[in-house]
Design a protein around this ligand. Structure first.
Ligand code: T3D
Length: 265
């Protein structure tokens, strides 16, 4: 039974079977990121990151969109923060949280992901898309550059040429093409999306949590260092993993021909 948490105004936060599902919930504005949603999303990510009962996160949107990026109406309000400050103080912490929370984060991309909404999806570990999903680097349409990690993450995910084309043209990338580019792992019927995402999340929730955490750390580091340093980093993390009770349990389960029961120790 899902544990429903109601202290958020513009997102839903539910925990079920060690899986925290965070749903951006401003469907009339295609889940555009206003100040409240940015604040609540960061709080929800930090909460799930710190909660030992949560092993995997799923990020999705309500209604027909994943997220349409910055709420453009908010930009017209008197006293709106300058963009460099807004990006540094509101967006960058969201992207860093997604990349540094040492638990798998699955984006269940249920519809259009535009601007910083696309960046949120890029920063998750795994993307599963509904057949009606699309990715739009819409920034250029409003005279901006791709931000919230899009210029760093997207070339690494799909290659620099394709990233440049999407950024320059702002053309939508449909779900099937996103799968062909390797940006999303699977495309599924819209009605199946959350079941697929949660099915994968349930599998990951039974894995050894520290091994997953260290794997994410090593994958992150691999994006920034050369092979020799990556090899050394793997060795040091393997030293940590090798001393865990979960490693001993995994080996014992293999020898005894049974499924392992990982405790997180
Ligand atoms: O702080 C900073 O500004 C710096 C950070 C910037 C990061 C960014 O994300 S910049 C890029 C911002 N996002 C966009 O430019 C995307 C804007 N939206 C669109 O281009 C289109 O809405 C979509 C392509 C995403 C979807 O098109 P469509 O035709 O399916 O829907 P629609 O009719 O345009 O939108 C439906 C409603 O959502 C509509 O409201 P209404 O008229 O029914 O009351 C529309 O205004 C609202 N909506 C969609 N996107 C936004 C939005 N409202 C506010 N902000 C949005 N970004």
């Amino acid at each position: 039974m899902a544990e429903r948490e109601d202290r958020y105004e513009v997102l839903r936060y539910e925990i079920d079977e060690s899986i925290a599902t965070i749903t951006l919930d401003r469907p009339d504005a295609l889940n555009a990121l206003d100040l409240a949603l940015k604040r609540e999303l960061l709080a929800a990510l930090r909460r799930a990151g710190h909660d030992p009962a949560v092993r995997v996160l799923v990020l999705t949107g309500s209604g027909r969109a994943f997220c349409a990026g910055q709420d453009l109406h908010e930009r017209l309000e008197p006293g709106a923060a300058p963009l460099d400050a807004e990006v540094r103080e509101r967006y960058n912490p969201l992207i860093l949280a997604l990349r540094t929370i040492e638990k798998p984060i699955i984006a269940a991309v249920n519809g259009v992901a535009a601007g910083a909404g696309a960046s949120l999806a890029f920063a998750c570990d795994i993307r599963i898309a509904s057949e009606r999903a699309s990715f739009i680097l819409a920034f250029g349409r409003v005279g901006l550059i791709p931000d919230s990690g899009a210029t760093w993450l997207l070339p690494r995910l799909i290659g620099p040429g394709r990233a440049a084309e999407l950024a320059f043209t702002t053309d939508p990338l449909a779900a099937d093409d996103a799968a062909r580019y390797g940006l999303v792992s699977h495309v599924v019927a819209d009605t199946r999306l959350l079941d697929e995402a949660r099915g994968l999340a349930r599998r990951l929730a039974t894995a050894a949590p520290l091994a997953l955490a260290l794997t994410k750390r090593a994958l992150n580091r691999s994006l920034e260092v050369g092979l020799a340093e990556a090899l050394d980093y793997e060795a040091s993390l393997q030293g940590i993993a090798g001393r865990t009770a979960d490693h001993a349990e995994g080996v014992a389960a293999f020898v005894e021909k049974r499924s392992p029961r990982f405790s997180g120790g």
